[in-house]
Ligand binder design. Sequence first.
Ligand SMILES: [Zn+2]
Ligand SMILES: [Zn+2]
Length: 169
Amino acid sequence: MVLDLRELIGESVKVLPFAEERSLAGEDAKEFSDDLLSGVLSASGRVENHAGCLTLEGELALDGEFRCARCCRSFRRVFRFPMSYRLAETLAGEDTEEFLLLEDGCLDLSEVVRCQLLLELPSRFLCREDCLGLCPVCGCDRNVTQCSCDLRERDPRWNVLQNFFDEED
Ligand SMILES: [Zn+2]
Ligand SMILES: [Zn+2]
């Protein structure tokens, strides 16, 4: 979605609300993460003109189906990120980083949303903080099944003791 801000710049309106939504699946979802299976990406807010300064405030949300990095089960989660930008028609040197640049009075909102989501979305997802994951020995889902595999990492200090006993025999 491209926002045409020319009326706002010309001050015939002071506020321009926006809302866009698109569904993500397949390659579109993969762009953000291999573990994002599908989702709906939405952004809403407003652009305002305060005495010639254009600001964009809003929220972007991703309601998605994710694959857990530990147990591989899919689960649904909603991520929300606040959007806050300053917009400029032209850039003057040092301010380059802080402003979104308009092109002919228009802003490519979809691109802004895409870039922000790429920056803010975590690189891996857990179905819950304490997900126990899959057993590395038998492969069962340890959230569901309690297997009897020995998962303890042996403390290397025991080896010294073990050697001691081995020598005793
Ligand atoms: Zn999990
Ligand atoms: Zn096991």
